[in-house]
Ligand binder design. Structure first.
Ligand code: ADP
Ligand code: MG
Length: 324
């Protein structure tokens, strides 16, 4: 028997549109799987299917080996968190968090609410109304509410995407810590690569309803299954071992493999290989310098300041091993 959550050959259609196409994956107890893909790739549809909110056209959703088809949404014991936390506007924060605790005696409810507020860093906020919270605080309350009844799994659909970038990064770190501390079994939908790497133990890459690859973030980035996945992860140029060595790379490739060059693969190096600069863009972190590789492909290298010349010297220090 497979313990935890299993998605087995699930297909979901909207009329003629196949939104999720024969997807199989497992979420082991205490781990979080991220569903990462562009908008429209079927992430929300798959999450809703797991929750029981979306009928399956084929396949099964199982928990500890039991088919959940006859189990209604509210009986699945899954917590749900959406982009907009959907707090009850007239209830206080404490009442919102206590919402799923009806079975517990009042003093225990109160203790659980306090514990959850502490967990999400909002101790003392119990008497506020949702309108008196920032967007980030509201999402913390939504998380507390969904975790309070100790669901056997937590399903989150882009819970941070309505927040501004800096806050999103900070909350992603907090969320990762909270999910680990509570040993939560979870499925986390996002289109943000960084967020997926921060929060998920394993990342499932979805494209047009297909599961392209499911791996740890390290394995995914180091060995994308094919060039399509590699390109999705940001590897824009692909070179042979000989070309890689010419650019200063020290590794080895197997037969039929190429090296994908991504945003962190090249480094400035005054003793490196000289490449022409195509253009330079200022980002929040650095200057992103676009360069032409010897064979005409383009790649980028990060520079702390604008480069004041037509060419620059680089060394290839990393990359992804991909089937050619
Ligand atoms: P994601 O969450 O990755 O952005 P969705 O699961 O929302 O993707 O959508 C997957 C596909 O299904 C898209 O092509 C979308 O247009 C379609 N879709 C989503 N919801 C509906 C719906 N209620 N009716 C018809 N088509 C839908
Ligand atoms: Mg979605």
């Amino acid at each position: 028997m497979v313990s935890g959550l299993e998605v087995r050959g699930v297909t979901v259609k909207y009329g003629p549109t196949v939104a999720v196409d024969n997807v199989s994956l497992r979420v082991e107890p205490g781990t979080v799987v991220g569903l990462l893909g562009a908008s429209g790739s079927g992430k929300s549809t798959l999450l809703r299917a797991i929750a029981g909110l979306q009928p399956l056209s084929a396949g099964q959703i199982l928990w500890d080996g039991e088919d959940l088809a006859p189990v209604k949404v509210h009986k699945r014991n899954f917590g749900l968190v959406f982009q907009d936390g959907q707090l009850f506007p007239t209830m206080t924060v404490a009442k919102n968090i206590a919402y799923g605790l009806g079975k517990l005696p009042k003093p225990e409810q109160k203790a659980r609410v306090e514990e959850m507020l502490e967990l999400v860093g909002l101790a003392g906020y119990g008497d506020r109304k949702p309108t008196e919270l920032s967007g980030g605080q509201a999402q913390r309350v939504a998380l507390a509410r969904s975790l309070a009844p100790s669901p056997r799994a937590l399903l989150l659909d882009e819970p941070l995407s309505a927040l501004d970038t800096a806050l999103r990064r900070r909350l992603a770190d907090d969320l990762a810590r909270i999910l680990r501390e509570t040993h939560t079994t979870g499925v986390y939908v996002t289109h943000d690569h960084q967020e997926a790497y921060t929060i998920a133990d394993y990342v499932a890459v979805l494209d047009e309803g297909h599961l392209l690859q499911l791996d740890s973030p390290e394995a995914l980035r180091g060995r994308p299954r094919n060039k399509q996945v590699a390109a999705f992860l940001g590897y824009r140029a692909f070179v042979t071992e000989a070309e890689a060595h010419r650019l200063g790379w020290r590794g080895t490739l197997g037969t039929g493999e190429v090296l994908g060059i991504g945003p962190a693969s090249l480094q400035l190096d005054s003793h490196g290989f000289e490449v022409d600069i195509i253009d330079q863009t200022l980002t929040i972190d650095d200057w992103e310098v676009k360069v032409a590789l010897p064979d005409g492909q383009t790649a980028t290298v990060s520079s702390p300041s604008k480069v004041d010349s037509l060419s620059v010297r680089v060394t290839l220090v990393g990359g992804a091993v991909v089937p050619a």
